[in-house]
Design a protein around this ligand. Structure first.
Ligand code: 8DG
Length: 313
C-alpha cells in the first residue's frame, strides 16, 4: 500500500491544554478524535501542509511550528506516515470549519474517546514533561541530593532519573528506595538507571537503559516507562525498535561528566534526530551541558525537552 504522508498539529495554549477535533461523519473513522491536520499535497513540505491545513480547518495562521514526533501506522484504508508539530504560537481565533466538534484537553488526562488508533503513543508522549532531571548523589552527597530533590519536586519537577552507578551498592539501594518514595509522594515519575532489578524492588516507574544495555537488550523490559541513552542515529533506531517511551540524545556540549567527548552542537543534533532511520524515533530529550534556558532552542530542533544533571539541582 502506498504511504500517505500527513502533517498534524498539537496546538497548545499557554495553560498547557491541547486541541483535538472529532472526525466528521463523512470520513474514515467518523466520530474518532484526532489532532488537526491532513495530507501533504505533492510538492508541499510537511510544514507547508500544516500551515495550509490549520488555515483551512481552524482559520488560524501558524506563527511557529516545532517538529516533534513522527508515527507510522497501517489502517485498513491507508498506510499513513504522520509528521507531528507542536504549535504554541498562532494568529486569529480558532473556529471549527471541518470537525464535528473541537475540545481542549489536558495532557495525560484526556476525557474524550475514541482516539484514532495511531495516536495512543502520541498522547502518551504528550504526557511527558519537558524537563528530565538526573541525580548525581555520588558527586554532591546523598543528603545534599535528597534536599535538592525535595526542593525540585516542590517546584514542580515531574520526571526523574536516579543515576548512581558510583555509589556503593548498599548506599545506592537505600538512596533509590527513598528517592522513589519522595518522587511518588510528589506525583513525579521516576526511572532507575541501568538496574531493572533495583527499579522493580523499589517500585520505580521504569528503567533507563545505558547505550551499552540498549545494544544487548533483546526485548523491552517490562515497566510502564522505558528510556535509553543514545549517541548515534543507529542507537536511536534501536531504541525505537525496542519501543522505548523516550530517549536522551547528546551530548550537545562537552560536559564535566564526559570530559573529552566533544559536543554535537544543535545543528548536528537536529539533523540526526530528524534523519530517516526507517523507524520514527521515540520522543527525544536533548542532553549535555544544558539548562532550562535551552528548552526553546531544543524544541526548535525537534526535541521533546531537555535532560540535565547539574542545572537540575
Ligand atoms: N488529521 C489527522 N489525521 C490522522 C491523525 N492520526 C491518524 O492516524 N491520522 C490519519 C487519518 C487519515 O488517514 C490521515 C489524515 O488525512 P486526512 O484527514 O486529510 O484524510 P481523510 O482520509 O480523513 O480525508 P480526505 O482528505 O480523504 O477527505 O491520517 C491525527 O491525529 N490527525
Amino acid at each position: 500500500m502506498k504511504i500517505t504522508h500527513v502533517a498534524t498539529a498539537v496546538i497548545e495554549r499557554a495553560d498547557g491544554q491541547f486541541l483535538l477535533g472529532q472526525r466528521a461523519a463523512d470520513t474514515f473513522y467518523p466520530g474518532y478524535w484526532e489532532f488537526p491536520g491532513g495530507k501533504i499535497e505533492p510538492g508541499e513540505t510537511a510544514r507547508g501542509a500544516l500551515v495550509r491545513e490549520l488555515q483551512e480547518e481552524l482559520g488560524i495562521e501558524v506563527l511557529r511550528a516545532d517538529p516533534w514526533l513522527r508515527r507510522e501506522h497501517v489502517y485498513e484504508h491507508a498506510h499513513v506516515y504522520l509528521n507531528f508539530f507542536r504549535v504554541r504560537a498562532w494568529q486569529g481565533e480558532i473556529s471549527n470549519r471541518v470537525h464535528s466538534a473541537l475540545t481542549w484537553q489536558t495532557p495525560g488526562a484526556p476525557t474524550v474517546q475514541p482516539m484514532l488508533p495511531a495516536n495512543a503513543p502520541v498522547l502518551a508522549a504528550l504526557a511527558l514533561p519537558a524537563f528530565y532531571a538526573i541525580t548525581h548523589a555520588n558527586e554532591i552527597g546523598i543528603a545534599a541530593q535528597n534536599e535538592a530533590l525535595d526542593h525540585a519536586l516542590k517546584n514542580g519537577l515531574k520526571l526523574v532519573q536516579l543515576r548512581e552507578p558510583m555509589l556503593a551498592p548498599r548506599q545506592r539501594e537505600a538512596f533509590v528506595h527513598a528517592a522513589v518514595k519522595r518522587c511518588h509522594t510528589a506525583g513525579a515519575r521516576v526511572l532507575v538507571n541501568s538496574d531493572p532489578l533495583l527499579a522493580l524492588a523499589a517500585g520505580a516507574d521504569g528503567v533507563h537503559l545505558t547505550s551499552a544495555q540498549l545494544a544487548t537488550c533483546l526485548t523491552r523490559p517490562e515497566f510502564p516507562l522505558v528510556a535509553a541513552s543514545c549517541h548515534s542515529p543507529a542507537e536511536l533506531m534501536r531504541a525505537a525498535q525496542l519501543k522505548c517511551d523516550f530517549v536522551v540524545y547528546g551530548p550537545i556540549r562537552e560536559t564535566v561528566t564526559h570530559p573529552g567527548r566533544a559536543g554535537l552542537g544543535w545543528e548536528t543534533f537536529a539533523t540526526e534526530i530528524n534523519s530517516n532511520l526507517g523507524v520514527p524515533p521515540a520522543p527525544t530529550f536533548a542532553l549535555g551541558g544544558l539548562s532550562p534556558h535551552d528548552l526553546d532552542t531544543a524544541r526548535a530542533c525537534g526535541a521533546h525537552g531537555i535532560a540535565a544533571i547539574r542545572s537540575a539541582w
